[in-house]
Design a binder for this molecule. Structure first.
Ligand code: SF4
Length: 85
């Protein structure tokens, strides 16, 4: 798939298969007690997918891949004025 800037897209839907695989590997290494539960993880990503701050898998508020940031239980949405999760 061709790489393109994609508003409100996660990694795969913006054509970044290699980055998706890398992030997935890092997520697998998170300790179970630090990892977000699957249901909550999906809810977080759904919020990101409806947020204007998500560009090609990256949150412009923090520069993180949201799929990675959301995978840590302790993390919060970095948008302090409109925190979505
Ligand atoms: S501001 Fe929050 S909801 Fe929006 S993309 Fe960033 S982490 Fe996701």
């Amino acid at each position: 798939m061709e790489l393109r800037e994609c508003k409100r897209c996660l990694l795969l839907s913006s054509g970044q298969e290699d980055n998706y695989k890398m992030v997935k590997k890092y997520i697998e290494k998170i300790k179970p007690d630090e990892k977000t539960e699957p249901e909550l993880y999906e809810k977080r990503l759904e919020e990101c997918k409806s947020c204007d701050c998500l560009i090609s898998g990256v949150c412009i508020k923090c520069g993180c891949y949201v799929e990675f940031r959301a995978a840590f239980k302790k993390n919060k949405c970095p948008n302090v004025k409109n925190r979505r999760w």
